[in-house]
Design a protein around this ligand. Structure first.
Ligand code: CDP
Ligand code: CDP
Length: 224
């Protein structure tokens, strides 16, 4: 298959990163998790004791950071100024703050320009919230992946080793983040006009992956 770009957007826990990774493996494409970049900035900001509303300091910190996404033994590895923060960017504190950092226009501008550069040579599957609308508006395949809030919370709950919260609390936390992401002024989470909507509620993972691959084949053979 010739190289092209796939934009995969949707709310938290919809299955974006899992589907994107499997599709990328199948096609021999590069998987890029843009959420990890917003998480990396949030990690650094919290490490430095800066609050999310200290906007000027957050921007200064984001500008000075070197964020590298690279393939690792268990998926995408995230390095900040050479330090491996892959696991640390998934903490509860980061979940609680990342959407506040992600609503700062200058932080978005900075990360979006890096993301565009990463996809310039094509052959990427990129997941996030604004990929089809802002980062790769010309992506050949655009998908908006969703599922009910309850199911998304249950999926996330099942992934937890020793959950410190209930599935109900997790659902509330996810709903709060979805609301912040969907209602922010800059590049809100929204389905691109030309994206295909896939609701994965009660749909097994392999079927969702199969559907995405089918859309890719149709696109490259001129079917849709
Ligand atoms: O994996 P999960 O769906 O929990 O979130 P993520 O993809 O790691 O993204 C974390 C947060 O980063 C989101 O809730 C958004 O606030 C922000 N984000 C964004 O604004 N734009 C993107 N392209 C990707 C993530
Ligand atoms: O990246 P995003 O936040 O959208 O979701 P994810 O981290 O890829 O998926 C959350 C969990 O849902 C993972 O454990 C997936 O294996 C699972 N999943 C599922 O059970 N059924 C699907 N159709 C898609 C994902």
């Amino acid at each position: 298959m010739n190289k092209f770009n796939i934009a995969l957007d949707g709310p938290a826990g919809a299955g974006k990163s899992t589907v994107a990774r499997l599709v990328a493996n199948e096609l021999g494409f590069v998987y890029i998790d843009t959420g990890a970049m917003y998480r990396a900035v949030t990690w650094k900001v919290l490490e430095l004791g800066i609050l999310a509303d200290q906007t000027a300091k957050v921007i200064e910190t984001a500008k000075a950071m070197d964020i590298v996404l690279q393939p690792g033994p268990t998926g995408q590895q995230v390095l900040v100024d050479g330090e491996d923060v892959t696991d640390r960017i998934r903490s509860a504190a980061i979940n609680a703050n990342v959407s506040l950092i992600a609503q700062i226009a200058e932080v978005r501008e900075l990360l979006v320009s890096k993301q565009k550069a990463m996809a310039a040579s094509k052959g990427v599957v990129m997941d996030g919230r604004d990929i089809g609308t802002q980062v790769l508006p010309d992506a050949e395949v655009k998908i908006f992946l969703t599922a009910s809030a309850r199911e998304r919370a249950e999926r996330r709950y099942k992934e937890m080793d020793k959950p410190a919260i209930t599935v109900e609390q997790l659902e509330l936390e996810i709903a709060r983040r979805d609301k912040l992401d969907s209602e922010r002024e800059v590049s809100p989470l929204v389905q691109a006009q030309d994206a295909v909507l896939l609701d994965s509620s009660n749909i097994p993972l392999q079927d969702v992956v199969g559907k995405v691959l089918e859309l890719c084949r149709a696109k490259v053979t001129g079917g849709t």
